[in-house]
Ligand binder design. Structure first.
Ligand code: NAD
Length: 264
């Protein structure tokens, strides 16, 4: 390992299990010398997150439901108490009712629209505001997005609308926080079979489609995204902010089905 993250400390939000994208990023940061505090959502996930934290010597900063401002305050108060300052923040959180991740976007309910936007979009802004106070020597913030923000993907529906808003908020946050040398970026990851992804209709078809049609002819792993996260959170990307960086085997440049793609 390089020591690229030596002396850097930060918070990673969104580890649910060892298939989470947040876990891929945590492993990469740990391997390069960074110190990590993990937050989790709810007592049920605590049992899964604690052994993972132990594997990488991470602090467990506690239960943080990003739908609850008091819960976010409590988690960041805990981190401030332990470390005083931080250098990076990872937000790998999204939620929508799975009944609306299938069928037509036009049928999205007002309640689920609000909840999806609150948890998947506003929460990044909300945690960024707390993290800013602790990034007294500058820092790097990172969130996770998907191509469904740019182009219509089957079943992604309200989550695509939310990711478009999340990507716009990355740019607004980059401008607000840039003068403090705080960078704000997103990784637009290709599809990966995680807990969150299992809620999306026909997800296996989407995975196969990407494998057959992406320029690199493969899907991405959490380790692939973890290494891109390492670049975004380390000083290697010190001149990069407001960027939506695709880690998707190149799928986003493709205009039509590959000539050699088999039927699915
Ligand atoms: P995951 O299920 O492992 O992670 C989602 C996380 O969101 C979980 O840890 C869950 O606890 C957390 N979460 C949900 N509601 C929350 C709340 N109210 N408070 C706090 N945490 C909450 O799945 P993942 O695929 O690793 O998802 C991480 C991020 O990556 C999401 O933003 C997702 O949209 C994005 N993403 C995923 C893919 C994919 O194909 N898996 C592709 C591109 C982007």
């Amino acid at each position: 390992a390089s020591g690229l993250m030596a002396g850097k400390r930060g918070v990673i939000m969104g580890v649910a299990n060892n298939r989470s994208i947040a876990w891929g990023i945590a492993k990469a940061i740990h391997a390069h010398g960074g110190e990590i505090a993990l937050t989790y959502q709810g007592e049920a996930l605590k049992r899964r997150v604690e052994p993972l934290a132990a594997e990488i010597g991470a602090i467990v900063a506690g239960d943080c439901d990003v739908g609850d401002e008091a819960s976010i305050d409590a988690a960041f108060a805990e981190i401030e108490k332990i470390w005083g300052k931080i250098d990076f923040l990872v937000h790998a959180i999204g939620f929508s009712d799975k009944d609306e991740l299938t069928g037509r976007y036009v049928d999205t309910s007002a309640d689920n629209f609000d909840k999806t936007m609150r948890i998947s979009v506003y929460s990044f802004t909300s945690v960024a505001r707390r993290a800013e106070k602790l990034m007294t020597d500058g820092g790097s913030m990172l969130t996770l997005t998907y191509y469904g923000a740019e182009k219509v993907m089957p079943n992604y529906n309200v989550m695509g609308v939310a990711k478009a808003a999340l990507e716009a908020s990355v740019k607004y946050l980059a401008v607000d926080l840039g003068p403090k040398n705080i960078r704000v970026n997103a990784i637009s990851a290709g599809p990966i079979k995680t807990l969150a992804a299992s809620g999306i209709g026909d997800f296996r078809y989407i995975l196969k489609w990407n494998e057959y049609n992406a320029p690199l002819r493969r899907t991405v792993s959490i380790e692939d995204v973890g290494d891109v996260g390492l670049y975004m959170l380390s000083d290697l990307s010190r001149s990069v902010t407001g960027e939506i960086h695709h880690a998707d085997s190149g799928y986003h440049v493709v205009g039509m089905k590959a000539v050699d793609a088999p039927d699915i």
